[in-house]
Design a protein around this ligand. Structure first.
Ligand code: FES
Length: 119
């Protein structure tokens, strides 16, 4: 299950509003439904917002939004609460297994509302 590469913002067909920025606590994730798919949305310490798929590919559970946010090298990551693999929050790449990635989603914040981009 190698995931598609991160969607280039230039390829976004539409932006879907998902929540108010104020609903996101720094360094915490929330789960949202995007066209029936679970997405994990994180507000990072720097104030930016990142979104990746919520489903942990190792366990099959929708839990990445409940993982611990941190860094590995230069990358902002979330550690799966199941088996602790690190996922890069900008690309969805699993840093512990080069063959595994989850989807990543472009994010923009307009008038304090978080939008996710879809093709
Ligand atoms: S082929 Fe599915 S994780 Fe590698």
């Amino acid at each position: 299950m190698t995931a598609a590469p991160a969607l280039d913002p230039a390829e976004v067909a539409r932006w879907v509003p998902v929540c108010d920025l104020a609903a996101l606590q720094p360094e915490r994730g929330v789960a949202a439904l995007l066209d029936g798919t679970q997405v994990a949305i994180f507000r990072l310490a720097a104030g930016t917002v990142a979104a990746i798929g919520n489903r942990d590919p190792f366990s099959g559970a929708n839990v990445l939004s409940r993982g611990i946010v941190g860094t590995r090298g230069d990358a902002d990551v979330v550690f799966s609460p199941m088996y602790k693999q690190a996922f890069d929050l900008s690309t969805g790449q699993c840093l512990d297994d080069p063959e595994v990635a989850v989807p990543s989603y472009p994010v923009r914040v307009v008038d304090d509302v978080v939008h996710l981009g879809v093709r």
